[in-house]
Design a protein around this ligand. Structure first.
Ligand SMILES: Nc1nc2c(ncn2[C@@H]2O[C@H](COP(=O)(O)OP(=O)(O)OP(=O)(O)O)[C@@H](O)[C@H]2O)c(=O)[nH]1
Ligand code: SF4
Ligand SMILES: [Mg+2]
Length: 474
């Protein structure tokens, strides 16, 4: 192995063709100056103390998932990255049984969520449950870390690599336990030596890092690789309203305060919309639906946009002059967290629903339904009225999501404000693969209430999808 241009120069890992090697021979390490790691740790500890006080919502954090066989050192790597004993480490294979999540600041990326997963190479009933949970974690991962004990790269790891490639999720490979490596590759697969495996990964442009997690060796290289792999769209997440309400213009947000409204606070989509407007130097007026008409009359200049809770769509539509663009929080988040065009296509599938069809209603968080809950009561009622007969509505919450989507004629998803975009996009992809249309609560409500074109007015591309679909069916 010849030394080449260092990839992560400041931290000292020698490199060949995009691979950060700990040294030229296994066991010989070239790691960064001792002061560097502790300075970063101190700065991150300070940032993490601030984070604890002002917690960034999970949905805005870069999700970094750690995957691999049992006992390869996944939990040891998480603990080394966070400088804390977050996950239990032991030499008993299968120690981590459920995903362990740890929010922290990873400078300079910002707020991240590490997910340490259970090893997924074992069979049996318990093993199957573990595999299912780990699979769900793959769906919400923005950057995947595949850990293998050095010298054990094989078909299993290649399978994981393929899975991430299909989701277009960036991946970093960690050869841990580099202190025990002897140059040979013991795993079944096509590689005789782990160097050959590493070289092939480098050809695929997959960064490879060597670590001895309990000693913290190589962890700075891993941090650097994580920072480099963080997708741009996650670091600079798209604005919720920035392109719709220019600086100096006003948005009116309509927030019903009814039985379902949480006591003493606003819900996350409303808070995030207000913050986004402030970030974009726009103004914002927040009113209940009853006061909207009066509030609009008092304004000297019409607002650039009115955003309403979907449940008040009809009243707000009636009270907002046609010349003022109108949409809902749910549609804003359908665009921000998912794929609005796909959800519009999904809403059009409502036309093909027949009484008795099975519809999946999925919510990202596990709030307790109160009164006339939108997912369990209102949407099923609106859809039933539209279709003209009873539908079989199945409800799922949180990360639970059926592996087999084929029994469903339609999936209707909440705005997923608590999630990162990756998990929502993974679900959309799964629906696409299964040939099952997917739409979103707000899009579905606007469609069933006959206010679709108006609600999509601010989004010409999505409106175009609707018009094209209507032309082909007429
Ligand atoms: N020699 C050596 N031992 C390590 C290294 N990393 C972890 N270990 C040890 O390997 C064992 C397993 O480590 P864990 O971090 O629990 O591994 P895991 O992948 O989380 O295991 P599961 O949760 O069971 O899937 C522990 O005894 C660790 O101390 C390493 O780089 N070198
Ligand atoms: S159900 Fe969905 S949209 Fe509503 S608060 Fe929970 S994550 Fe957000
Ligand atoms: Mg573990």
């Amino acid at each position: 192995m010849n030394p080449a241009k260092p990839l992560f120069e400041p931290f000292g890992g020698a490199v060949k063709g995009g691979i950060a090697f700990p040294g030229f021979r296994p066991g010989l390490f070239m790691f960064g100056p001792p002061g560097r790691g502790s300075a970063i740790a101190a700065e991150e500890n300070r940032a993490n103390n601030v984070t604890m006080m002002n917690k960034t919502p999970k949905g805005l954090r870069l999700h970094i998932g750690i995957f691999g066989r049992r006992n390869v050192g996944k939990s040891s790597i998480l603990n080394a990255l966070t400088h804390q004993a977050v996950s239990i480490v032991s030499d008993v294979a299968g120690t981590t049984t459920d995903p362990v999540e740890k929010p922290m600041e990873l400078l300079p990326v910002g707020p991240v969520l590490f997910i340490d997963t259970a090893g997924i190479d074992d069979a049996g009933a318990l093993g199957e449950m573990r595999v299912a949970k780990t699979r769900q974690a793959i769906d919400r991962t923005d950057v995947g870390v595949i850990v293998s004990a050095a010298g054990e790269w094989g078909d299993f790891e290649e399978g994981l690599l393929r899975e991430f490639a299909e989701l277009k999720t960036p991946v970093i490979v960690v050869f841990n336990k580099a202190d025990l490596a002897d140059g040979t590759n013991r795993s079944n697969g096509s590689y005789r030596s782990y160097e050959a495996a590493a070289a092939e990964l480098a050809e695929k442009n997959v960064p490879v890092v060597w670590t001895v997690a309990p000693e913290g060796k190589g962890i700075l290289d891993l941090r650097e690789a994580l920072i480099r792999s963080a997708p741009e769209e996650v670091i600079n997440a798209p604005s919720i309203l920035g392109d719709l309400v220019p600086a100096g213009e006003m948005a009116v947000l309509v927030v019903p305060i009814d039985l379902e409204a949480p006591k003493g606070r606003l819900i996350l989509p409303q808070v995030q919309s207000i913050r986004d407007l402030l970030d974009n130097d726009a103004y914002c007026m927040v009113v209940k639906e009853r006061e909207l008409r009066d509030a609009l009359e008092r304004l000297k200049r019409p607002p650039a946009l009115v955003v309403t809770d979907s449940q008040a769509f009809l009243k707000v539509g009636g009270d907002t002059p046609d010349s003022i663009p109108l949409t809902s929080f749910s549609i804003l988040f359908a665009r921000n967290k998912g794929d609005l065009a796909e959800f519009v296509r999904g809403a059009l599938a409502i036309e093909n629903l027949q009484p008795g069809d099975r519809v999946l209603l999925a919510e990202a968080c596990t709030h307790h339904p109160i009164g006339e809950d939108i997912g369990t009561v209102k949407i099923p009622r609106w859809l039933t009225q539209y279709v003209g007969g009873k539908l079989e509505c199945v409800h799922v919450r949180g990360h639970d999501y059926p592996e087999d989507l084929s029994p469903y004629k339609l999936v209707v998803h909440c705005g997923a404000c608590m999630w990162n975009r990756r998990e929502m996009l993974s679900r959309i992809l799964r629906c696409r693969r299964a040939g099952v249309p997917i739409t979103n609560y707000g899009v579905c409500i606007a469609y069933s209430l006959g206010i679709f074109e108006r609600a999509l007015g601010p989004f010409p591309a999505a409106l175009e999808v609707f018009h094209q679909a209507r032309e082909t069916t007429s």
